[in-house]
Design a protein around this ligand. Structure first.
Ligand code: FAD
Length: 460
């Protein structure tokens, strides 16, 4: 189970079961017959939703089953839910050229009807970044917040239900038999004509098992590794002008997933194939509507690392880094104040209580320490250089009280060999979303789902 934002989970769980939605909870007893659907969609994240809505609206007589191992979709739609509506944010370039992505983004935008956030003064920051060899992208963004995301998910599930899509929430897909066109879940066997598997980043291992069982070749040689920075908004005031500023610096380092206002750093639990646990940090914010601003901002600063022979698996590398950090942090992620880092000393419990260190870390269960003992030096050097550039563009972000949390790792680079542009991996099986490498964000995941739907619709 993902432990991101435990309080968020409890808020969400209180929303279910919702009397306004008729859930088809077929998992309570093992069926003696094999259920059968035209389309099965595994994963109720944006990739699964994009496909489900497109098929249900374009071909309403299609029987569609959407299953999710959780009783609600996980990922960004329910954590912060900031959405980017400008190419190339979220679109891996190997699958999306500008015109294809923009064509799909038009559909995603029309469907989600976002309130695009106003930006100001960005030319000033852009000029400063360019002088340092970097850039600041001008991206159309909306922000619902973690609470707003939950409301959106609830509405979308009700809409799918109204369109006749069968929802089986709390049911886990275990395996697939493409010969029989059948999947096995933790409660039953279900047959399909077309299958979309969109299990997100958390489904990374699961998807690799499925690909291996189907003899579909894949690589996962790219990984993003970095830190999450947390500071007071007054030390990163750009967030008042631009909610999630996308800076790109040299050495493939970029800022990512900025949250502010009522912003919190959280941790995600990962378990390796050998059963060892490690944590990656992440961040989210609630909407302004809650009126509980804590005055904090957080964002990731990540370096993309691409491996070539002989190391084939970015995931294996990332897991080892995650385990190393967990070893040093007594099973927790590490955090260090910028002031301590600059002096070459570790942070300690009392680094977070005195004088300069004037705010409490929002991630409580984290170990003060020395991130430079846990992070590969090349990655740390590149990230620190980018942070110094950022401090020149937005003076103040390297205030001694600023916290650097480590590790923040993004494993979204399973790259299967696709048979066609619609993300088909076998005659009847399609993959989409972050777990399958076709997206790195909500809107691109949604676009990937629509693209799969178009592939399926040709055959249905
Ligand atoms: C904490 C956090 C915050 C984020 N914030 C943002 C943000 O603000 N903006 C943004 O654009 N992106 C954000 N992201 C990234 C975003 O979540 C993803 O890009 C997006 O959700 C990917 O969509 P997806 O459909 O591929 O996967 P997901 O949204 O992860 O959905 C996959 C679903 O599949 C289900 N599943 C997995 N395995 C199985 C199985 N075996 N059987 C049944 N169901 C299964 C999971 O329970 C899950 O609900 C965030 C991610 C995280 C983790």
């Amino acid at each position: 189970m993902n432990e991101i934002g435990k309080p968020v989970f409890s808020t969400l769980q209180s929303l279910y079961p919702d009397p306004s939605i008729v859930y088809t909870h077929q998992w309570f007893s093992r069926s003696i017959y094999v259920d059968s659907y035209d389309v099965i969609i595994v994963g109720s994240g944006p990739a699964g939703m994009g496909a489900a809505f497109e098929i249900a609206r374009k071909k309403p007589d299609t029987s569609i089953l959407m299953i999710d191992k959780n009783k609600y979709s996980t990922g960004g739609m329910r954590n912060d839910c900031k959405m980017n509506f400008t190419y190339p944010i979220g679109f891996p370039l190997e699958y999306w050229d500008k015109s294809t992505a923009e064509q799909y983004l038009k559909d995603v935008t029309a469907f989600l009807a976002p309130d695009i956030l106003h930006k100001s003064n960005i030319e000033v920051y852009q000029k400063r970044a360019e002088r340092l060899g970097g850039s600041l992208l001008d991206i159309k963004q909306s922000h619902l917040g973690t609470d707003g995301g939950l409301i959106l998910i609830k509405r979308l599930l009700a809409d799918l239900d109204a369109l006749g899509v069968t929802l089986a929430l709390g049911e886990t897909m275990l395996s697939v038999d493409e010969q029989k066109r059948q999947i096995t879940t933790d409660t039953r066997e279900i047959s399909y004509r077309k299958l979309l598997i969109a299990p997100g980043r958390q489904g990374f291992h699961f998807l690799q098992r499925i690909l291996t069982s189907l003899n579909v070749p894949f690589i996962d040689n790219i990984v993003d590794i970095g830190i999450r920075v947390e500071t007071r908004i007054e030390h990163y005031p750009i967030v008042k002008d631009y909610y999630d500023p996308k800076f790109y610096f040299e050495d493939k380092v970029r800022t990512f997933c900025t949250n502010s206002g009522d912003a919190h750093v959280v941790k995600e639990k990962y378990v390796t194939s050998r059963g060892d646990t490690w944590y990656s940090v992440n961040g989210h914010a609630y909407s302004k509507e809650r009126n509980r601003e804590n005055g904090m901002a957080n964002f990731a600063i990540l370096k993309t690392v691409k491996f070539t022979a002989p190391l084939a698996s970015g995931q294996a590398y990332a897991e080892n880094l995650g385990l190393q950090a967990a070893l040093m942090g007594g099973g927790r992620p590490l955090m260090q104040r910028v002031g301590d880092f600059r002096l070459g000393s570790r942070s300690k419990e009392d680094s977070f209580n005195s004088d300069y260190f004037d705010f409490t870390p929002t991630l409580k269960d984290c170990c003060p320490g020395d991130i430079s003992l846990a992070m590969p030096s090349k990655i740390l050097r590149n990230i620190w250089k980018a942070m110094k550039s950022l401090d020149t563009v937005v003076p103040g972000v390297l205030h001694p009280s600023t916290i650097m949390y480590y590790p923040e790792i993004k494993l979204y680079a399973n790259k299967p060999v696709y048979r066609d542009a619609m993300f088909r991996v076998t005659q009847n099986i399609y993959l989409a979303g972050d777990g399958a490498g076709t997206s790195r964000g909500i809107t691109a995941a949604w676009a990937s789902g629509i693209r799969v739907a178009h592939g399926m619709l040709k055959d249905l």
